[in-house]
Design a protein around this ligand. Structure first.
Ligand code: ADP
Length: 189
């Protein structure tokens, strides 16, 4: 079974590409960011814990996120997985490996959408006007980039070392054109 990690900095297009490729492949899909936003909206205990961190651009604790992913994987044993927004730290990546091994699911493969930081900032500020996400303001975006550089970029290296990493240009072309390249890669994985 395939375990695909769609990887990339904030604004790289993970959510957009996930929506397109899910029309073609029958993935069990999880976006940790989407779940956290739903928890905040519903006013749950988890939502309350996550809200301040997200609005500051910081990461939610590994323990919470790993618990969330573990139950998701345990509840979706028959389908290929598409992970969006996870893992975001090396600790999360190591925990994922353990879960996949214990579930006899094989390795995870990373596909990164590569986009220049200036372009990301422009995209996120534009998205702020359309979607009104509280964490899409310039100050918070800077902190999200900072967290990405400090904690998340190392996740790409972690999978590169294992030979389970591939990158595509996520910057040039329409979302549809980018999805063609992504689908081509997924068909070979
Ligand atoms: P983006 O990729 O555009 O930053 P997401 O929707 O994936 O947006 O995530 C929004 C926020 O949710 C992150 O800035 C972070 O605070 C929190 N979050 C999402 N996924 C994780 C994760 N795997 N680990 C820790 N925090 C997370």
């Amino acid at each position: 079974m395939r375990n695909i990690i769609l990887f990339g900095a904030p604004g790289a297009g993970k959510g957009t590409q996930s929506a397109i490729i899910r029309e073609k492949f029958d993935f069990a899909y999880i976006s940790t960011g989407e779940i956290l936003r739903a928890e905040i909206k519903a006013g749950t205990e988890l939502g309350k814990q996550a809200e301040d961190l997200i609005n500051k651009g910081e990461l939610v604790s590994d323990e919470i996120i790993i618990g969330m992913i573990k139950s998701f994987i345990e509840n979706n044993t028959t389908k290929d997985l598409l992970l969006d927004g996870f893992p975001r730290t090396v600790k999360q990546a190591e925990a994922l490996d353990e879960i996949l091994t214990s579930m006899q699911r094989g390795k995870a493969k990373v596909v990164e959408l590569e986009v220049d930081k200036d372009v990301l900032m422009k995209r996120l500020l534009k998205r702020a006007e359309i979607e009104g996400r509280k964490d899409d303001n310039e100050e918070t975006i800077r902190e999200r980039f900072n967290q990405y550089d400090k904690k998340t970029a190392a996740v790409a290296d972690y999978y590169k070392k294992k030979g389970d990493y591939i990158a595509i240009d996520g910057e040039h072309g329409t979302p549809q054109e980018i999805s063609v390249k992504l689908i081509d890669i997924l068909e070979k994985l």
